[in-house]
Design a protein around this ligand. Structure first.
Ligand code: ARG
Length: 571
């Protein structure tokens, strides 16, 4: 039984006011000592034409007993409701134990498709630390939407088009070493070629003309150049796959900017036909002055397309291919204007689905660790940061748990998790400075703390099993009155809040809400663990506490999964 439903039903019966209205009005008091649920009666004052305290008192007398509640209290303008603690424990524990990894999932999004574009790296450029937020935020949103029953399409909109690829061809043909690129750090080798091109072009500007010509040959799909261009992509993607593997991230589509090359003429035609674009100084633009924005350039004066043109084509392609309910773009706030322009142009084209395109923007990340920013020029490679996190974690594990098996695997799960968690612990728009000490702390509000708590819950159940106790709980026969103490109650409430948190996270595109809920469940579990002896001799007490441990363990695992972390069983 759902307590809120039971309460709203009773309120509807007592007042004749529809269920839905009560569902909106009911609040969760900040402190359970006030009540588990509350009705702020001032919200009824207008329609009932009575003072809130009077409404509270009258409703209290009319309601009588409500199924699932042990006490009702009128306090001033509020009516406070206390749930029956054992009934509450039974509801929460049985739901989690039944649903397992499906806990907090729903069919809310059934039949709806959501495009989630994230990471969107650039070919032959560093996959840097600045790309971590889009990568992990997008991955988390994808998992959250999947969990809510939507069908997601994850898209890596590669930056694989533009004159820089002409420069790459020129640089490669002059100074490139195929062996080195194939077998070494491909991305670094390509970036080095790009840097060299710019140094040399300073001395010999004619290289720039060569580069333009080379890019033109790519546009014409001239075999030798086209092949090289594809090869740059291939080796870059092979390189970045290592990072995606570490993070446990996959994409359904790698359709990047070049994919839209042959889809743009139709868009340009359409803009002209609908009278939306105009020629200005030889450029084709969409005037957006009416909306307080600079014009959106569609074609430069030399007739070449730009970034925005490709995004307009991409948005249309995604609508046509996936008929999305929403299309998310997880991209830094520096591109706010760009997306406002693109979405506005789509709207002007008459596409009402332009309103379903969402720029999920986020703030900047910087590193506290100075050794990183100076070591290799100004690009900090994400792979280096991840590997450093793993190394540092391995050192901590060797010290803390010298007997642990598979130390390397756990160090990867925890090191990578520490980084991911720290990025997803604050609201996304905030600029953020990464600190090793804070992120790798096993006691703070961190990934390692959550994973450590998870491992502790696993160890409790493992020991119970090893002691020969039954841990396949018979949900209907547990004594839930064992779980009515304060510590158990807080833990149950934290677990119970997860499904609503997941919905909120999806609605606001804010995975950090889940990270915080996970930390709350963990700290409640740790309090429960210290306050109560789980391995009691009394089987009734022991079983109920073990079942709650299993529920907490499941909720933590689900929460961690949704933000992109693995959950090691031993640490
Ligand atoms: N590749 C771009 C960058 O690294 C991000 C692409 C964002 N997505 C888009 N559809 N424009 O800055």
């Amino acid at each position: 039984m759902d307590f809120k439903t039971s309460l709203c039903n009773a309120l509807e019966r007592a007042t004749g006011i529809p269920f839905d209205q009560f569902e909106e009005m009911i609040e969760t008091p900040p402190n359970p000592e006030i009540g588990d649920l509350a009705l702020p009666c001032f919200k009824l004052a207008k329609s009932l034409r009575k003072a809130p305290p009077v409404i509270a008192q009258e409703l209290f007398e009319k309601l009588g007993d409500i199924d699932g509640f042990s006490r009702i209290e009128p306090v001033g303008g509020y009516l406070n409701f206390f749930t029956d603690r054992s009934r509450f424990a039974k509801t929460v524990v049985s739901r989690v134990l039944n649903e397992k990894d499906g806990y907090a999932s729903s069919t809310y999004g059934a039949g709806k498709n959501v495009c989630v574009e994230y990471s969107s790296i650039n070919i032959a450029k560093p996959f840097g630390i600045h790309h971590i937020t889009t990568t992990v935020l997008g991955n988390s949103l994808k998992r959250i939407y999947d969990h809510l029953g939507f069908k997601t399409v994850s898209i890596n909109h590669l930056g694989d088009w533009g004159t820089q690829f002409g420069k790459m061809i020129v640089a490669y043909n002059r100074w490139g070493d195929r062996e080195k690129i194939e077998n070494g750090d491909s991305m670094r080798e390509l970036v080095a070629l790009y840097v060299k091109f710019h140094e040399e072009a300073e001395l010999d500007p004619s290289l720039n003309d060569e580069a333009r010509a080379a890019f033109h040959r790519i546009e014409q799909h001239t075999p030798a150049d086209w092949k090289l261009f594809q090869w740059f992509k291939e080796v870059t993607l092979r390189d970045v796959a290592r990072v995606y593997d570490l993070l446990g991230i996959e994409f359904d589509s790698y359709n990047g900017e070049s994919f839209y090359e042959d889809k743009m003429p139709a868009v340009i035609e359409e803009l002209k036909d609908k009278g939306i674009s105009k020629i200005d100084n030889g450029m084709t633009i969409v005037d957006l002055s009416e909306y307080d924005m600079p014009p959106c350039i569609i074609l430069k004066s030399d007739g070449s397309t730009i970034y925005a043109t490709r995004d307009i084509a991409a948005a249309k392609y995604r609508k046509d291919s996936y008929d999305f309910y929403k299309s998310l773009y997880v991209v830094a706030y520096q591109q706010n204007l760009h997306f406002s322009q693109v979405f506005k142009v789509l709207e002007l084209m008459g596409y009402d689905w332009a309103k379903d395109c969402v720029h999920v923007n986020f703030g900047m990340i910087s590193m506290e660790d100075a050794t990183f920013s100076t070591r290799k020029g100004n690009a900090i490679y994400l792979e280096d940061v991840l590997n450093t996190a793993i190394e540092k974690t391995l050192a901590i594990i060797k010290e803390k748990s010298p007997n642990l098996e598979n130390k390397e695997i756990v160090a990867r799960q925890v090191g990578v998790g520490a980084l991911v968690f720290s990025v997803l612990y604050n609201n996304r728009i905030k600029d953020y400075t990464f600190s090793w000490d804070k992120s790798l702390n096993f006691d703070g509000e961190t990934g390692p703390y959550a994973q450590y708590t998870y491992a502790r819950s696993c160890s409790v159940l493992r020991k119970a099993r090893e002691a020969g106790f039954d841990v396949d709980f018979d949900i209907d026969r547990l004594d839930y009155s064992v779980l009515t103490d304060e510590a158990s109650g807080s833990l149950l409430r934290a677990i119970d809040a997860l499904p609503e948190t997941v919905r909120q996270a999806a609605e606001k595109y804010e995975p950090y809400l889940i990270s915080r809920r996970v930390i709350e469940i963990c700290s409640c579990f740790n309090r429960f663990y210290y306050d109560n002896r789980i391995m009691e001799n009394d089987a009734k007490v022991r079983n109920a506490r073990l079942a709650l441990t299993e529920a907490a363990r499941t909720a933590i695992r689900v929460g961690l999964y949704l933000i992109g972390l693995e959950a090691p069983e031993r640490m």
